[in-house]
Ligand binder design. Structure first.
Ligand SMILES: [Ca+2]
Ligand SMILES: [Ca+2]
Length: 169
């Protein structure tokens, strides 16, 4: 009977040793999985924030001079950026007005109100005139028929960037 108790104690010690050896790697694997899951959630949310901004920009005119009824804007095209009286997002009427949004944290909603739930995210929009050279869009020397819009959203897990080319037609 006593031997059984000693044997049980030995077993217990063995279990503690085995668990002590196996637990750290298991905890690490679990932590890694949890970290990747969190990163996936953060980057997925960042992608949604970038996409929603790009979709809003897509609804705007190509240029300040684009006729409200649609069609091609007449040259000379406008300087990139907001125009007088365009102080908030609801007043932005062309795609390059959004170039004004720089390192906005937390990102704002369509009514230009900060969204506190996204305080860990920073969103920027860059708009520039580009030319197509050899099948690749490069920064234009002046104005051109193409504008490149880049929406970048950064968070603790990294950053997500969306790029679209909008053409005057
Ligand atoms: Ca405008
Ligand atoms: Ca503009």
């Amino acid at each position: 009977m006593r031997e059984n108790k000693r044997f049980t104690l030995v077993e217990l010690i063995l279990i503690i040793v085995v668990v002590g050896i196996a637990l750290p790697p298991l905890a690490f694997v679990f932590y890694e999985g949890l970290q990747k899951s969190t990163d996936t959630y953060l980057t997925s949310t960042a992608a949604q924030l970038a996409n929603s901004m790009m979709e809003e920009i897509r609804t705007r005119k190509w240029d300040e001079k684009t006729p409200d009824e649609g069609g091609k804007a007449a040259e000379p095209y406008s300087v990139i950026g907001t125009d007088p009286s365009e102080t908030t997002r609801p007043t932005y009427n062309d795609i390059d007005d959004y170039d004004h949004i720089s390192n906005q944290s937390p990102p704002h909603d369509a009514l230009d109100q900060p969204i506190p739930e996204f305080s860990g995210y920073t969103r920027s929009v860059d708009v520039e005139y580009v030319d197509c050279v050899g099948g690749v869009f490069v920064t234009a020397g002046g104005t051109s028929d193409h504008k490149q819009v880049t929406v970048t959203v950064s968070c603790a897990a990294g950053s997500v960037g969306l790029v679209s080319i909008f053409s005057n037609y």
